[in-house]
Design a protein around this ligand. Structure first.
Ligand code: DGP
Length: 113
């Protein structure tokens, strides 16, 4: 997957619409189009990486998780939330731009179904 045909890169460039809940220079967070929880936000780095295997920088990874924490706080997910990073075919990844699912607003059982 290259960044030109990547649907999340198109959201970053505002070429397709999304309900954006947070944005800064390096990250954007928006509602998932097929929510599975009352809150279902995707937090993504604006820079294209296909998946978790392809992001090299420790600093960039740390910033992503810090941004997930910030977004969860801004969404008032004080009762807890589920974070998911699907990677590759066995991980069930369907959009090949690194993203963190943030699920909240209900209890999430473990293991997931
Ligand atoms: P994953 O399986 O981890 O690759 O999840 C990709 C998620 O992206 C999936 O829950 C649906 C969501 N999604 C796919 N296309 C779009 C889109 O065009 N807009 C938005 N907001 N979400 C999308």
């Amino acid at each position: 997957m290259d960044s030109v045909s990547c649907i999340f890169c198109k959201i970053v460039k505002k070429e397709i619409p999304a309900k954006v809940v947070f944005e800064d220079d390096e990250f954007i967070a928006f509602n998932d189009v097929k929510p599975v929880s009352p809150v279902h936000v995707l937090v993504i780095p604006k820079k294209h990486h296909n998946n978790l295997l392809e992001i090299e920088s420790t600093e960039a990874l740390g910033k992503l998780m810090k941004k997930v924490q910030q977004v969860a706080k801004e969404l008032n997910l004080n009762d807890g939330f589920r974070t998911i990073i699907n990677t590759g075919d066995n991980g069930g990844q369907t959009v090949h731009h690194l993203h963190v699912h943030v699920l909240g607003g209900r209890f999430h059982k473990w293991p997931p179904g």
